[in-house]
Design a protein around this ligand. Structure first.
Ligand code: HEM
Length: 442
């Protein structure tokens, strides 16, 4: 039994002899591998393979300290497994990776295009596209929820982020984004420098995407300020965004990096949250009935939101948040040298019995008004915390609620025959093999 008082210990592997077995274990089941260390050693684990240590924590107090109170001591990491391929894709730029003044400037410039007031206008398009996708489904057939929500959210990226007109270009950008995302999942846990077939395929996919993105950006910039002002998609808004402080606009490359960042950070994360929500709803008739009740009633969406909040507790798509100490510091009993990576494992904080009774049970009631949520800061961080909190949180929650409603108002989804899938901790948290679900009309 884990206690709330954070304990700590070191897990040491021999360099280089243990490297292949560590790499294999991490690739086969990263979540299980890290979980076992926490269970065996406590809430803070120093993981040593070779000359460098990685510091891992599942303490809510550490999360709050690293992301909020002492955030200035921690930067986005410059390198590490899983980070290098993202750097390749984001051209070493983009909000997710940037630090310091450049990050602050980009955040100031991107933020307005994702404000709650601004994105409210996207709701009708989200609803329309979702209803089109649902209308194409055949009752009593089995669909893969991950594929269904993946295609639907990708369609929304193409419309709302880029506003590519339906037709050849639309199919092309959809295919390019799909390809890059699938390739990234294959290389996420491999060293980026190795000329493996997967790495080479990945780099080629990024180059193809780049050619398309630059053409799209150039076409949009050529339309001029007046035409851009009349458009509502995120690309057009970013093309005309100017910094409040010095009036500078984004360069073409910065625009490309920010757009690909928004795609990367926002597409799969939302699709997978919906996939996991569908999986749980499909095997919990009581929760499904409460949701259907709300959807069949008025405009109140309190229960829908609780279902999403609970999904992101148990299956936070961004399951760990990583930082690099920019100065020597400590983590519990550990001395953490400057330059070390510190990983906050949100998923294990969200499943920590010190904060969440019956943590593995899917129970949206925890999030209903009046329920006793944990009071410890850092105990619930699906969108991160502090200055680097997810910039797309409102967008994601609005999109997820609309898409969930579109499917669940029409269908009951049956996943009772599906065994709990292995949870793959790749770029996001996905079910190995997808989630097959039978569609039963309401
Ligand atoms: C359910 C869906 C989503 C989840 C669970 C999620 C989660 C997160 C988390 C945990 C972070 C903080 C990472 C860190 O501190 O290192 C983050 C940052 C970010 N997210 Fe999201 N996100 C979601 C949807 C979106 C969407 C829809 C967009 C864009 C439209 C988006 C764009 C971003 C960006 C650009 C950042 C970096 C912000 C910065 O560092 O300034 N996310 N997200």
């Amino acid at each position: 039994m884990v206690t709330s008082a954070a304990t700590a210990a070191t897990v040491r592997y021999r360099w280089p002899w243990d490297l292949p077995s560590v790499a294999r274990a991490a690739q086969d089941d990263l979540l299980g591998f890290v979980h076992d260390h926490f269970e065996a050693k406590g809430d803070r684990v120093r993981f040593v393979v070779g000359p460098k240590s990685i510091y891992r924590t599942r303490s809510a107090a550490d999360a709050h300290r690293i992301l909020v109170d002492d955030a200035k001591q921690f930067d986005k990491p410059r390198s590490g497994l899983g980070i290098d391929p993202v750097r390749t894709l984001l051209g070493n730029g983009g909000l997710i990776l940037l630090n310091g003044d450049t990050w602050r400037r980009h955040r100031r410039m991107v933020q307005p295009s994702l404000l709650r007031s601004r994105i409210a206008g996207y709701a009708p398009i989200m609803r329309q596209v979702a209803e089109e996708h649902v209308a194409r489904l055949t009752p009593h057939t089995v669909i893969d929820l991950q594929q269904f929500f993946g295609r639907l959210t990708l369609d929304l990226v193409c419309r709302l982020l880029f506003d590519v007109p339906m037709g050849q270009d639309y199919d092309r950008v959809r295919a390019l984004l799909d390809d890059v995302q699938a390739s990234l999942a294959r290389v996420a846990t491999q060293p980026a420098w190795a000329p493996t077939p997967n790495n080479l395929r990945y780099k080629a996919a990024v180059r193809r995407l780049d050619r398309f993105m630059f053409r799209l950006i150039d076409d949009r910039l050529a339309q001029g300020a007046a035409a851009l002002a009349g458009r509502t998609d995120v690309l057009s808004t970013l093309c005309s965004a100017a910094d409040d402080e010095d009036d500078r606009t984004f360069t073409r490359r910065e625009l490309r990096n920010e757009l690909v960042t928004l795609f990367l950070a926002g597409h799969d994360t939302t699709a997978l949250a919906l996939t996991w929500a569908g999986f749980e709803l499909g095997r919990r008739p009581d929760v499904d009935a409460a949701l259907a009740d709300e959807l069949g009633g008025g405009d109140d969406r309190t229960y829908t939101r609780a279902v999403l909040d609970e999904t992101l507790r148990l299956y936070p798509s961004a399951y760990a948040v990583i930082r690099e100490a920019n100065t020597a510091t400590t983590l519990g009993p550990f001395e953490v040298p400057a330059g070390s990576n510190v990983a906050v494992w949100s998923i294990f904080i969200h499943r920590h019995p010190a904060h969440w009774p019956r943590p593995l049970r899917f129970d949206p009631d925890r999030f209903l008004p009046g329920a006793a949520l944990p009071t410890a800061p850092g105990a619930y961080i699906p969108f991160g915390a502090g200055t680097r909190v997810c910039i797309g949180k409102h967008f994601a929650l609005m999109e997820a609620a609309i898409l969930l409603e579109a499917l669940f108002a029409k269908y009951r989804v049956d996943t009772t025959d599906v065994a709990m899938p292995r949870i793959v901790a790749g770029p996001t948290l996905s079910p190995r093999g997808g989630i097959p679900a039978r569609l039963l009309p309401r």
